[in-house]
Design a protein around this ligand. Sequence first.
Ligand code: CA
Length: 498
Amino acid sequence: MSISSQIAPKVRAAAHLMAAAAMTMTAIATLPVPAALAHSAQEAPAPAPAREAERRPNILFVLVDDMGFGDLSVMGNKKVQTPNLDRLAREGVLLTKFYDAAPICSSSRAGFLTGRFPADVGFVGITAGRARNAEIGQVDWLDPKLPTIARLLDDAGYATAHIGKWHLGGGRDIGDAPWPTAYGFDRSFTTFEGLGPRVLVSDEERFLAQQSDTLGQGPRFWEIKTNLTGLYANMTVDFVAQHSDKPWFVNLWLNDIHDPWAPDDETLADVMGKGTSSDDDRMLASLVKMDKTLGRLFDRLDQMGELDNTLILVTSDNGPSPLARYHERGETAPGSTEGLRGRKFSLYEGGIRQPLIMHWRGHMKAGTRDEQTVGQGVDLLPTFASIIGAKKPAGSVGIDLSPTLQGQPVTQRPDLFWAYGKEGRPMLGKPSQPIDVSPRFAVREGDWKLLANDGGADVELYNLVQDPMEKQDLAASEPEVRGRLLAKLKKWLAQLPK
Ligand SMILES: [Ca+2]
């Protein structure tokens, strides 16, 4: 039995829940299942209606959780192959100097969604429990009044859905956070780090799922982790099938590459021994399975006629897991930065640098590998605004990356700033290996990156073109650059919310 047929009933149930999200719980019991949800994964979908040639593109944003810079085989992975994402990258446009807005889940996601540096909107770490958030100076949830990519597209007439991990508020002991639908999504379906209709993971991180269950706030059911990405992919197909009469936006945020990994036995058996440890095998199997599932999703959307005008973007929210236990046995930690220094929780390149794959059939210079453009998570909002011909919302600090689709690198941009924590507040979790532990604030100006701690302490300076691995600290030998960048960083830190 295929995985998709195993979980098809769950998809229908989940899509039913998502469709019912705007209605009251009492209405759900009597809600008829929409006809569009009734087709199974095996049945051919109805053909999409004819469209005007110049219609604005559909947008599918696939955000992987904790995938490293070098984990896709197109980025250097020699242990396993990721042929579906590789093909997307090789046929499309691949930016290799793309950054996350933060080295950790919640803050990175706030950057993607709002087009603003996360610390400017109160995100300096992850949304955890209320007491921890107060201690580190992290807001409990994203302000729903902020502009977001979802609101931008919703206002432009798109059908919008958030499917998958959220982590922008609504988990642990915080049961009063807005649902993702408060941010411009017509529909949402998430998991234990978010509220509203959601799936609770039954075999991993069960404590967080149980906490989420007690919060109420939306219909929910339990599922094992290995089935989540297939579930989300099939829900994406269902959502698209229901909205083929207008442009759609699906924010598909996966969580299978975030540890603990939970591949199915069949995929694990195929991969066994290719990793350097049992944990590595499990991570690689999860990666292979995710790639296969996404390949099926892209094929299915193609069969539905949806890929002729769809911009697909794929990237990851931060570097690979840095937990100590992966190093304790002298093993190589699962997840590759392809030699970049730093992992998750680090502002060195390995914590924040990612490939960005973009694919828009008929609207791109196919086969472009762009090693020049320095992009960042905050650029998605202005890029989407440019593509749909909308005005860039006020306050966005990002730039329009759409010229890169035509093979034109974007070589000028405003300075980039990162914060991992807040001045005067406790330090956050660190990578386990001392070489990966960075100062907690950073600025990039042109080829230069300066890092510092509170009050401008512990300054480090790197020329990223000459030294992409950040091995040679030039803070002492380049006093002029050091002074200029440190002043910029201090000025930015001083204007952050108190
Ligand atoms: Ca993450």
